[in-house]
Design a binder for this molecule. Structure first.
Ligand SMILES: O=C(O)CCC(=O)C(=O)O
Length: 309
């Protein structure tokens, strides 16, 4: 018997997308990787400690962070995480200087159990400062993707900028498989993140929680991103077989799913449609931004199966 997950698939990738093409993918609720869509100045600026130290919004000089109970799976839910306060200096030293002890990202199992912010994985999620919002120039991204039709599709991040979030994570963090009821862009600014995307039609393959015994919109499958190794599309890739075996034993229906893997680099933007299952792994320390927006009223006539209740 061969031990493997389904061959990973690639999502549509565009280097220079125009509104016409984006609208077509968007109407069909297809995820799309948009290469180099961020303004060029952002990635070099947002890896400077002095800049970040000025821009991060502090509470009494500290940043709120989440620590995962299992040191790996982060979800804003007390069953998964506890909260703490850490100085900006400590956060930035870990994120920019990589002071967290090295771990094998291909086999990461949450064994990183240090005692303080300098050795424990954490996630800092927060609003963005005005300057950071200006840097991202979301208005230009809006015009590139939607042209004249931004209002038809309810894409109005300028008026709902409080929904835009910064995500600062240590390498090895996982946001477990879930779906959102809104559309979303993830803007990758620093480091690398891996998305595993699974279509709503494959909902039974991810073992969804029933919303009573676990987080609603959440699924039980774990660590799919890690199970494809470091280079999911390379012949020479080393796949962590023990992890694959564990997943196949606990979640055998995962083999029925089409599994899309997207590795994001600084400058990339990923569009994720509503209802699309996704698991997000920080393959290195990472800084990204999410921009969500609601479905337009006409889209609600035809929602993905997993959103229908
Ligand atoms: O970046 C992450 O860890 C999670 C992002 C996410 O879940 C989203 O974009 O919906």
């Amino acid at each position: 018997m061969t031990i493997s997950l389904p061959q990973s698939l690639r999502v549509e990738t565009c280097k220079d997308i125009g509104a016409e093409k984006f609208n077509r993918l968007y109407r069909h609720r297809r995820p799309v990787l948009l290469k180099n869509l961020l303004p060029e100045a952002v990635a070099p600026l947002w890896k400077q400690k002095t800049y970040l130290a000025r821009q991060l919004l502090k509470k009494e000089g500290k940043l709120e962070v989440m620590y995962a109970h299992d040191q790996q799976n982060f979800m804003d839910d007390v069953d998964f995480v506890e909260k703490g306060l850490v100085s900006v200096d400590d956060v930035l030293d870990v994120i920019l200087n990589n002071t967290l002890p090295e771990e094998d990202a291909g086999h990461g199992n949450g064994s990183n159990k240090g005692e303080n912010a300098n050795s424990r994985r954490f996630y800092h999620r927060a609003h963005l400062s005005e300057a950071m919002l200006n840097d991202l120039d979301i208005h230009t991204i809006r015009n590139r993707l939607f042209g004249e039709r931004a209002d038809d599709f309810s894409f109005a991040p300028e008026s709902k900028s409080e929904l835009i979030r910064l995500w600062v994570s240590t390498g090895g963090n996982i946001t477990p498989m879930h779906f959102d009821r809104c559309h979303g862009l993830l803007l990758q600014v620093y480091g690398r993140k891996r998305f595993v995307l699974i279509h709503p039609d494959d909902t039974s393959s991810v073992y969804p929680y029933d919303g009573i015994n676990g987080p609603s919109h959440g699924a039980k499958v774990r660590r799919i991103g890690y199970s494809y190794g470091r280079e999911p599309f390379s012949e020479s890739n080393t796949v962590p077989f023990e992890l694959v075996e564990e997943i196949l034993t606990r979640f055998p229906k995962i083999t029925d799913a089409d599994i899309y893997i997207v590795d994001l680099e600084p400058g990339d933007v990923l569009y994720t449609p509503p209802g699309c299952w996704h698991e997000v792994t920080s393959m290195t320390n990472s800084i990204s931004v999410t921009v969500p927006w609601d479905m337009a009223p006409f889209e609600l006539d035809d929602v993905p199966v997993n959103m229908a209740f």
